[in-house]
Design a protein around this ligand. Structure first.
Ligand code: ZN
Length: 73
């Protein structure tokens, strides 16, 4: 994703700056604890698609436990 684009993107809820998680391919709003997905380099700034970071899925927890040794680059 073009990081210059990141300067133009704000959270649709709080209008705050977003942080790009390159590994997860998500745009994170630290205020709302929401992560917006990026598909093929295109940010999907839709609240309906945003992941609630305060409620991690069970599979995400399991992946975190095993990803320490061999993190994808
Ligand atoms: Zn926000």
């Amino acid at each position: 994703m073009d990081t210059r684009l990141l300067d133009l993107l704000v959270c649709p809820i709080c209008k705050g700056a977003l942080q790009f998680d390159r590994e997860a391919q998500e745009l994170v709003c630290p205020r709302d604890k929401l992560a917006y997905p990026v598909r093929d380099g295109i940010p999907l700034m839709l609240v309906d698609l945003a992941r609630d970071m305060t409620a991690p899925a069970p599979e995400a927890t399991a992946a975190a436990q095993t990803s320490n040794a061999d993190a994808p680059v």
